[in-house]
Design a protein around this ligand. Sequence first.
Ligand code: ATP
Ligand code: ATP
Ligand code: MG
Ligand code: MG
Length: 873
Amino acid sequence: MKIEKIQVLRGPNIWSIRRPNLIQMRLDLQEIEHLPTNKIPGFRERLERLIPSLITHRCSEGVEGGFFQRVEMGTWMGHVIEHVALEIQTVAGMDTGFGRTRETKTPGVYNVVFSYLEENSGVYAAEQSVEIARCLIENIDYDMEVCIQTLREIRERHRLGPSTGSIVEEAVSRRIPWIRLGRNSLVQLGYGVNQQRFQATITGNTSSIAVEIACNKELTKRMLDEAAIPVPWGDLVSDEEALRTVIEKIGYPIVIKPLDGNHGKGSSINVNDFETALTGLQHAQAFSQNVIVERYITGYDFRILVINNKMVAAARRVPAHVIGDGNLNIQQLIEKENLDPRRGYGHEKVLTEITVDKDTNELLEKLHYTLDSVPKNGEIVYLKSTANLSTGGTSIDVTDMVHPENITMAERVSRIIGLDVCGIDVMAENLTQPLKESGGAILEVNAAPGFRMHLAPSEGLPRNVAAPVVDMLYPPGKPAKIPIIAVTGTNGKTTTTRLIAHIVKNNGFRVGFTTSDGIYIQNVMLTKGDTTGPVSAEFVLKDPTVEFAVLETARGGILRSGLGFKSCDIGVLTNIKEDHLGMNDVHNLRDLTKVKRVVMDSVKKDGWSVMNADDEYSMRLMPELESKVALFSLDEENPHMKKYAKEGKISCVYEEGFITIKKGDWKIRIIKATHVPITMEAKAKFMIANVLAASLAAYLHGFAIDDIANSLRTFIPSPVLTPGRLNIFKFKKFQVLIDFAHNPAGYEAIEEYLKNVEATKKIGIISGVGDRRDEDIRQCGKIAGRMFDYIIIRNEKHLRGRTEDEINELIINGMQQAGKNVSYEIIPKEIEALKHAMSMAEEGTFITALSDVVTNAIDLVQEYQNRELLEEG
Ligand code: ATP
Ligand code: ATP
Ligand code: MG
Ligand code: MG
């Protein structure tokens, strides 16, 4: 077996719209292709022994153990690998279960697809599942424990922490999109101008001053004290002398801790003599220049969480501990405690496993215990000095028991410090009495308080404390998203995208759009190149100035990693025609439809799919779409259009020379096509089709007819604005047209246009694109043969896997099928070919240069134009 490729899909994709996070592994089974599981002696038994929990996989049998039955009856190894990959992730604490395994057109080569929760772990699961299968086949030992532990470690390294994760989950449940920024826990919610950011439980609104105050425990205490909120007496201390003075003032017992510490690091609690105090001072100084010495308050650790100045939860936190039974020693008690299924590795479960560290040993030492000591029955032995969950502590929800006076106090604290998400640490016997009565005090106030103790307390009610954070960031009525129009199809995507973006801009929105020429915000190109994939879409959606996104969304990106957005408001499918067939397992128009439909399937249910009624494959797809559909067509008599009109539906049509919106049979004429410059006086039918699609999308979004008309009137084609899309250069005697057409449909579009062009002679400069199928290259040759009187064949710089001769032969072969004997010559260099064509041009000649890369051609022709102007004087 050989892994050919592992792809990480992160957005809606060809396998699933609702499960964006998938691993797609291209796997060549090689010799195993002929070895289904029932032909491998002992395979099922070994699999069952290695991963017994696979018993839960029902598979197509639909019953527990169903998957094992399939293995028994005989199934393909790709299928086994898919199940193994899912199960090892689940065992490692990442419960997930979507999978598909499909053979590609290449026999023995499969796409094994399965879901992941954390992508690095997903990739590791892919590799290991193949390795596991190999070991099972060859009857070699495989160390499952190492695999699972590695998966856990990868997960803990990369995945969002529990607090961040809970906010993301809450956002997702409200259909608010999110994007992880960078590798840590910085997250963007929403899109464009409507985005909000947070990192762990610090939000974009968290005041920097507030965080600074909270981090300074001395300042915090002083401010609270001045507001009559109980805090432990104490002072800052820097040396032995000062320590002595403070102790004289406050008396024992005391606590010594670093001024700006966290997680209890460097703290000495319940100190009762000067010698220990001195060591405590040195210990704390290792963490911070400044050290606090304060009264030791007796009681329990409580945490009150205040969000947006409202108390949302309170918990009692208990440090990791064991309770003696008079029988087991401490080590054994810890092991027993760790067997609790709620305890797991890192943040994988509600509780964390207890480990023995320096802190534990020091605590035990104080009790004159070792790990071998046997505590009395019922005796509580604390193993950590602080109650953090990450060191094995537990938490008990007490939200409903907090005295109203304490609630008011907590809410005052959050305002005094100024924190929007505020964790208040209270030491007290209870929270049911006002602190003043219980003798409790506020020890500190935390910015970025952890949520896990409230989300999943070990006792008491779990509290969804992520919800108030999202409520705060997105109060009712505040949108999270921006309108998104996604444009896909074989031809006309860029032009349609630009047209829509132009209309959007003219309606006063700041528009971000992606095209195969580059990414633009408003009028400025920010990156150049083919930017039609998910990274480019995210670029636009991340930009905090963008109010409206129009996204050209091409095949390549969808296949590589899925869409860069979860859903869109309007999807435009221009057409589905032969191009790129034979690449990436896309062999025919049905395959291609599956890819393009990902965009249409991502349209919101109450959004619109804009579809081409003149396009066969688009119309085959139409009945399967879940969104509302609106059609466009160049022909009012198109049967789909007539049916649509009868049903009273919305469409856009070219009729009597007008671009017209139809609602049922009512017509709203937007503009005469001849007044839309991009249509070349209505001579370029395919441009009219693009105008119809763009106008319809704009109309459906809610733009006014007049505004659409004005925009269409002012969208002027030019080599700068629309390079390579029907750029015409006029010379005194002749004209040159430069266009991007590079597939049969594009050639036909040009053929149609040329029919409307008057010329004494039509010269064509064409080339074949190496990575297309034979029949596509031949077909382009044939159309060229039909539309030109004379042809110059040139070659692309990148031959993409073929020789020049091979390509040229296919073209010539196609030309000969055109049914008329066109003369031709071969001039490999594009520039030379163009120069030659211009030199042979006579009065009324029309030269058409069709090219994949147009910039050089445009530069040359413009240079010639300038020269002609100069000569004229
Ligand atoms: P964390 O990050 O866990 O909040 P920290 O380093 O910020 O820890 P504190 O919260 O000040 O430190 O103290 C940690 C723990 O030490 C408290 O939860 C409490 O159990 C104990 N503690 C601190 N100060 C006192 C005090 N004055 N009286 C009693 N216990 C105290
Ligand atoms: P690409 O896949 O290269 O990004 P695209 O879909 O973005 O292409 P455009 O850049 O808008 O398409 O147009 C490229 C060429 O395709 C045009 O120059 C023209 O020859 C042809 N074309 C444009 N629109 C259509 C259409 N609606 N139908 C057929 N051909 C078209
Ligand atoms: Mg604290
Ligand atoms: Mg394009």
